[in-house]
Structure formats: C-alpha cells, structure tokens
Design a protein around this ligand. Structure first.
Ligand SMILES: Nc1ncnc2c1ncn2[C@@H]1O[C@H](COP(=O)(O)OP(=O)(O)OP(=O)(O)O)[C@@H](O)[C@H]1O
Length: 553
C-alpha cells in the first residue's frame, strides 16, 4: 500500500494544521469505521498535541533539523498505522529521546505564561553548577534598574552567549528584582542550584566587541582583592604576586581590567585594577615613596675588580637628578623572548647591598669559565701607574675628557675619589657583548632603568643576605673594607654591618623589587654561585618574558 503524505513544510503553527488535515488525508486508505474513529481519536490525543508543542518550541532551530524531526514524526506515524504494533506512548517516547539527544543539557519546559507581545523581554535559562555565573550587576543610579555591569571572560555567562553587558534584569527564578539591591540578588543567585531562569530586557547592542589583541603583562606589585576596598566584587577579583605574568582578556572598562594568570588552566578571567587606576591609587597612598631612596644604598662603586687595593669603597657614587623619577610600578607589557643562537648575550646585572658578596660571586663565575664570562673595564682620570696598562686595569682618560663624557651621558655610573673620576661607561658593556661573552656588571639599583633597553636586555639578579644569624655564622672569616676612614682598611664584619646590609637589602627590594628577575640568597657561597650560574645558563637557552619594547626593532 502506498500512502501519499500531505506536503507540508513545517513552519510556525504548521504542525497543528497537519494534525487537523491528516485524518481526512488518510481517510481514502482506511476502510473500517473503527479504524477511522481510531485515527480521529489518535490525532486528537493530548499527548500528541504535547509532541507538536515541543516541535513548535524547536522552531528556532535550523530548517534542516526541523524538517528531519518532522519527517521522522510522519514516518513513525506511518509505521504505527501500518503495523499497529506500537503504542502511541512508545512512539512519543522515541520522538522525545531523539529530540532530547540534540539539545543537551536537558532543561525544564519554558513557562507557559510568556507574553508573546513582550518582544523586548528575553527569558534565559542557564544551568548552574558549582562555578559562579561570571557576571556582575549594578543598580542604575538614575532609573534604579538592575543592569548587567560586566561579563567575565570565559565564565558561564560569557560561554552561554545569552547575557550581555547592559541587559536589564527583571526577574530571577520568577522573583522580581526591580525592588532589590545587587547584594540581595547575588544572595538569590548563590542559593540557586540547577537551572536558573532570568527575565531580562536586552540592552542596546554594544558595538562589535572590541577585538583587542590579547596582551601579556608582568605585574609589578602585589594585589589582593580581599583587601581592596575599591573592587566592585571581591569574589570576581584575581589575586597576584609581584612578578606574575597575566594575560589581560579585556580592557573595556577603564578602571577594572579582566585577566587570568598565564599558563593557568582555569579559563575564567578575574578583575584586576587597570594600570591607570592603580597609578592613581598608588600616588594617593604613597606620594612620598621616592624619598626612601636616600638611605640604605651601598656606599661603594664596584669598579676595578682587577685592582685589589682600590676596588672597595673608592668613592661615593654621584647620583644625577635624572635617576630620581621612578614611575609607579603597575604592569609592564611583556612578550615571550628566547635568545637565538648567535645573538648577543643579555647583560647580567647583579644588584645587592654593600658587602653581600657580589664581587665574590662574579669572581667565581669568571674563574669557572673565563671564555664565556667577562667584566667591564672602568674609566678613570687618575694617572696610570707604572705596572698598569691602558685598557687593562682602566681606560685612562683626562679629567677634561671625563667631564665631557659625563655631560654626554656616556657613563652608567661615575664617582669621584681623592680628586679623580672613576666610572663605568655604556661602551665598556658594548665592548664585552660584541665579543660574544656574557657581561657581568654590578650596579646601583637606580641605574637599572637606564640599562633596561632593547640593546642590553638585562637579566637582573638581586643578591640578598641571609638572616643575621646566618651572616654571623658564614662571614666569621670574611673581611669588609671600611669606607668610613680614608685608608680602605679591611676589618671583620660587625653586627652593625650585618644590620645595615639587611636593612639596605630590604629597602632595595621594596623600591626596586619589581625590576628583579631573580633573587638569590647568598648564604652558602657555593650554593649561591651554582644557583646563579644555572639561572644565567637558562637565560641563554630558555624562553623568558621580557618587555615587549625589547623585541621591536
Ligand atoms: N656566602 C658567603 N660566605 C662567606 N663569606 C662571604 C660570602 N659571600 C661573600 N663573602 C665574603 O664577604 C666579603 C664581602 O664580599 P664581597 O666583596 O663580594 O661583597 P660585595 O657585595 O662585592 O660588597 P662591596 O661592593 O661593598 O665590596 C668578602 O670577604 C667575601 O669573601
């Protein structure tokens, strides 16, 4: 027997028509009166109408899915009619199963009381598990409406694609929220589990989402949302430590950026203060922070390491005014950098309080591989002694030329001792690097900002003293050069020297810690040396985060 099914392409309301025409269309093929009344009863069944209702609810899905379901329904009805061996219930259950499979997760049916004319209202249903929804709300100051203020990138709301910034929240799980404040709504949400229904009035569509490229930043300060009174939602904040690398996911909000920790599997962004906001905040909190610099810095320049007699505390360091403008440390945009084979080495800068052991560490590195490591040759305006050679212990230049070079900013650091100038020039660093050697240089921390350039790509190591107990123990036989008299006499470390070293280190860390890439505690010298050597080797071979400006040619 052949049955020509009515040609009817499913559209809104089409299936109801189909149900009404099917009995008459099938009538020529049905002989018995019993069969005819059965057909009428079957197509009038409530359960079949429920099935049609489901179909209508699926109206929003693609044409091909609708057509597939429709054909499936008709085919099943046909099988049912011909063989009369299935119950309509099992038929519907087959349909339900097929339909459900495509539309996970299973959601309860939509409420019946949706006003069809209310075009501007959207009913959204999200299934909530343990993770937060990833959206923040605020009360509009003028209208009192509850507005979606922010969608956290990668959060549940963001992934659903259904809720947008600017949408007005009318109801949560049938509870009107117009008269509630955001805290009360958050409370309702946190108590809800499973499917949550939101009634929202969509906001004015934002311009196409800003497609800023993802940016990585190195954090230059510690941040704890729990202690931040300014953050709009502490739970949405992202805590980080100085030196962490963050991927900034959104800078749409001028005050609160969204970011996640680099390499963190967690896809959810958290709120962090924007650069601008943090700068303003830091200026309010610490207007006088630059004043700290004066005290606690090392007394000596470390110049001619080859000249054992004069290498300690030769002169006071002259600091130029240009060093005094430290920026508020917030974030630094960084990029992954790996030194290519044959490229110049990164400059290795050692920073630490006087007497901590920078010289001892440099000496050990030089001895360990003199072909690979080298140091700079300083300039001086003093006259050459008979056992000295120009360009070996020092570059000997006239006082006049030295002063001209100071004026022309040729020196990284310079100072005066007994009427003579001493200084380390930028060119002396270039000279070492051009020989394809690793240049080891110890500097005062305020010079770091002048060396942090694409040319030198410095790797900054902070050498820190251990506790005073460990200093007393490890430095029993060590000698320190006294800079207090004029004779450069050496004497054992005193308790006061240790205290001074520790407080100077603390001060340096507070003020310049954001510029240190590696911190080594010089407790046992051999351990500290091995740690330093390994770190330098990694810099030569591994990928590191460096300021993005260093990789722009
Ligand atoms: N880990 C250590 N254990 C024991 N002695 C150490 C250690 N590190 C350094 N010393 C000793 O401490 C003294 C000071 O070290 P060093 O000259 O290297 O300090 P520095 O940082 O270069 O200071 P400055 O620039 O003031 O001379 C030296 O006698 C050195 O041998």
């Amino acid at each position: 027997m052949q049955l020509s099914l009515p040609i009817l392409i499913s559209g809104g309301g089409g299936l109801y028509e189909l149900l009404s025409v099917l009995p008459s269309q099938l009538q020529p093929h049905v002989e018995g009166a019993d069969d005819r009344s059965f057909l009428h009863a079957m197509f009038g069944k409530r359960s079949l109408h429920s099935l049609v209702k489901i179909h209508e609810k699926l109206h929003s899905y693609t044409k091909s899915v609708k057509r597939l379901l429709f054909v499936l329904l008709c085919a099943l009805l046909w099988i049912f009619y011909v063989y009369n061996s299935f119950s309509l219930q099992s038929l519907l259950s087959v349909h339900d199963t097929v339909a459900r499979k495509s539309y996970d997760p299973e959601l309860p049916p939509l409420p019946d009381d949706i006003d069809d004319d209310e075009d501007s209202v959207k009913i959204i249903r999200l299934v909530k598990n343990k993770e937060p929804l990833g959206a923040t709300i605020k009360k509009d100051e003028h209208t009192g409406a509850i507005i979606v203020a922010r969608i956290m990138r990668g959060g549940a709301a963001d992934r659903s694609g259904l809720i947008h910034v600017g949408d007005e929240l009318k109801e949560v799980n049938g509870i009107p929220v117009d008269d509630k404040n955001p805290e009360e709504i958050i409370c309702i949400l946190s108590q809800s589990q499973g499917a949550i229904t939101f009634k929202v009035v969509p906001g004015i569509k934002e311009e196409a989402q800003s497609k800023e490229p993802k940016m990585f930043v190195k954090t230059l300060f510690d941040y704890s949302p729990a202690e931040d009174k300014a953050i709009p939602c502490k739970e949405a904040g992202l805590a980080f430590r100085k030196g962490d690398i963050l991927q900034v996911m959104s800078q749409d909000d001028a005050t609160w950026w969204q970011a996640k920790l680099e390499g963190d599997g967690n896809p959810h962004a958290g709120l962090i203060p924007s650069k601008h906001f943090q700068e303003r905040l830091a200026n309010i909190i610490q207007p006088a922070r630059n004043g700290e610099r004066e005290s606690g810095l090392r007394r000596s320049f470390r110049l001619s390491r080859r000249d054992k007699k004069t290498n300690k505390s030769m002169y006071e360091c002259k600091r130029s005014e240009q060093y005094d403008t430290a920026d508020v440390p917030t974030y630094e945009e960084v990029t992954a950098y790996r030194r290519k084979h044959g490229d110049r080495h990164r400059l290795v800068l050692l920073v630490g309080p006087s007497g901590v052991g920078l010289n001892a560490l440099k000496r050990k590195l030089l001895i360990s591989d003199p072909q690979h490591f080298s140091i700079t040759i300083p300039h001086t305006s003093r006259s050459k002694r008979h056992q000295e050679s120009d360009g070996v212990e020092y570059h000997f230049i006239s006082k006049h030329l030295f002063e001209a070079d100071i004026q022309n900013s040729k020196f990284i650091e310079h100072g005066e001792y007994k009427g003579n100038y001493y200084g380390t020039s930028f060119n002396s660093v270039r000279s070492v690097l051009s020989k394809n050697k690793v240049c080891l240089l110890d500097v005062q921390p305020h010079t770091l900002k002048h060396l942090r350039t694409a040319e030198f790509k410095p790797y900054v190591v902070f050498v820190k003293p251990p506790s005073i107990e460990h200093l007393s123990e490890t430095r029993k036989n060590a000698k320190v050069i006294s800079g207090k008299d004029d004779k450069n006499s050496s004497k054992p470390f005193s308790e006061e020297d240790f205290q001074e070293m520790i407080s100077a280190a603390q001060m340096m860390e507070n003020q310049y810690g954001h510029l240190f890439e590696k911190v080594i505690v010089n407790d046992d010298l051999t351990i500290a040396f091995n740690e330093l050597k390994q770190a330098i080797r990694k810099v030569e071979t591994d990928t590191h985060w460096v300021p993005v400006s260093w990789t722009h040619s």
